[in-house]
Write a new protein. Structure first.
Length: 257
């Protein structure tokens, strides 16, 4: 049974408090956290990322969602354009898709040559070992969803003017390649699942339940992140608060309900 909104928000609240505590811990200790969100179109990557970062300082916790490579980037080492988005001390980087585009959409849609894909699958574990050896905390999540659920969400996007922007020609072409994506994903998981950077698969057929599961897993796999919050002494002004002054301007009127 799908999780209802009210119950979801109730269960999310304590996890959000733990995420805020985790962010405070990262800032104090200088930890660098990288979380990859991968999955098929409509799996729920964007919603999962929003659930993680919603109450966090956007200067500390940021999303990386890169568009297709530029002409210059196509001449670079494949991982090069991702490196500049890695976090500094105390930061948390959430990748909405990542370097694994090469093992997914680029493989299935023919945007990369077979030799480029093979090279990527060989280099990705080495690249990630360099990151983790340098102290970066790396988490890789694949959000799973059934084809029937994917079709349902694609139709919803097509019919909702507020979501239609999410649909692209690539998304529509991918509808016919569900099995090809499955084959590419299995090859990717086999080649890049290592102790230093393992994959974690999360069921996102129910997106609300999936977000809760992912956040709980992320928090459980981090070191002890408790750091006492700073004490804030808000002094008494000792005078009557003043009403806002607008000078010669007037505030706009509230929107009528």
């Amino acid at each position: 049974m799908a999780l209802k909104g009210k119950e979801y928000r109730k269960l999310l609240e304590p996890l959000t408090e733990d995420l805020v505590a985790m962010a405070r811990w990262a800032r104090v200790t200088g930890a660098r956290v990288v979380v990859l969100f991968e999955g098929r179109d409509t799996a729920g990557k964007g919603g999962a990322i929003r659930a993680v970062r919603d109450k966090l300082n956007p200067r500390q916790c940021y999303t990386v969602a890169l568009s297709k490579p530029t002409e210059d980037e196509n001449t670079q080492w494949y991982f090069q354009r991702y490196i500049k988005h890695l976090p500094s001390a105390g930061q948390i980087a959430l990748f909405d898709r990542s370097w694994y585009n090469r093992a997914g959409v680029e493989t299935v849609m023919g945007f990369a040559k077979d030799e480029d894909v093979e090279r990527f699958l060989e280099q990705a574990p080495v690249f990630e070992k360099l990151l983790t050896d340098d102290g970066i905390l790396l988490f890789k999540y694949w959000l799973t969803t059934d084809q029937e659920k994917q079709e349902e969400r694609l139709l919803e996007r097509a019919q909702d003017p507020l979501k239609r922007w999410k649909l692209s020609p690539i998304d529509l072409a991918a509808r016919e390649k569900y099995d090809a994506y499955t084959k590419a994903r299995e090859a990717m998981l086999k080649a890049t699942h290592y102790e230093h950077a393992p994959w974690t698969l999360v069921d996102f057929n129910d997106q609300k339940r999936g977000r809760l599961t992912l956040i709980r897993d992320l928090l459980d796999r981090l070191p002890d992140t408790y750091v006492d919050p700073p004490e804030i002494d808000l002094p008494d002004l000792g005078r009557k608060p003043k009403a806002e002054s607008y000078g010669v301007l007037k505030p706009i009127q509230p929107y009528p309900i």
